[in-house]
Design a protein around this ligand. Sequence first.
Ligand code: NAP
Ligand code: MN
Length: 271
Amino acid sequence: MKIATVLRNDDNTREVARQLTEKIKGSGKISARFVDGTTEQPDLVVSIGGDGTMLEAVHQYGFEPMYVGIHTGHLGFYADWRPDELDQFVAALEDEQYFTVEYPTLDCQLETRDGRTRLKWALNEMVIRNTSLSTLVACVYINGQEFETFRGDGLIVSTPSGSTAYNKAVNGAIVHPSIESIQLSEIASINNQAYRTINSSLVLPKHHQIELIVMNPEIMIGLDREQAVWEDVRSIQCRVGARKIKFARYKRLTFWGRVHNSFISGETLGR
Ligand code: NAP
Ligand code: MN
């Protein structure tokens, strides 16, 4: 098994990574090879850090490998293991006692006014905002039909696993990752006699499409951790991604258990 690691940039994380590498190499039962710093494709990517570290890992290694996360710091959504559980983690690797879960992604096609297109994907979400403090204006089309004209701070199109991130902060719904869907949520929409939006989050199934026709000459687009200013974007088409990200799960911690542990009270449920 070829293993790669992606680390958050801090001393504690590097120390956890050092201990883990030592334990895996010292195990007689695991035939593992670390491929960090080589061009070889890993079978398993271990992300050590936070949820942001996992986002970095999936964009670095893509859809082929399986991912597993160890959280250093507070509890992570994409991470199953605490640093004090390294022995159990290595034992689970030795016994190959994992099952895989696949999380849906988001596919976005950006089209500029001169007709060029770019394909992008996200595991958490795509966010669009104006580059200044003035309003973002975008016409929202659903499956080719005009739905509303949005005026406000921005729009988020999130995946199910991203629904607990930025989407949740704007009161979007939390969606179980087995529901292949995308969710459109508003950031501070203007709603008055002149301007009107639905003012609720919309959850769309597979094969449905959201198209945002952008009125601003330049916008900020965020895709997971990546953010950039884009000029002359005419439209952004979003749909449930064609590919999923595979996570190796070594213990049964349910999605709702994670939601509880993260947002209600500590690590008590689902272990
Ligand atoms: P960050 O500033 O560290 O992320 C903000 C928080 O979101 C962190 O606590 C992060 O956890 C957590 N997070 C990331 N993905 C999550 C998920 N799927 N479910 C629940 N929480 C999640 O920046 P980052 O680490 O680069 O993460 C990028 C993400 O931050 C974006 O994809 C976006 O969802 C989120 N974000 C949120 C807001 C907001 O809530 N107002 C604003 C901007 C961005 P860790 O500390 O473990 O990384
Ligand atoms: Mn982070």
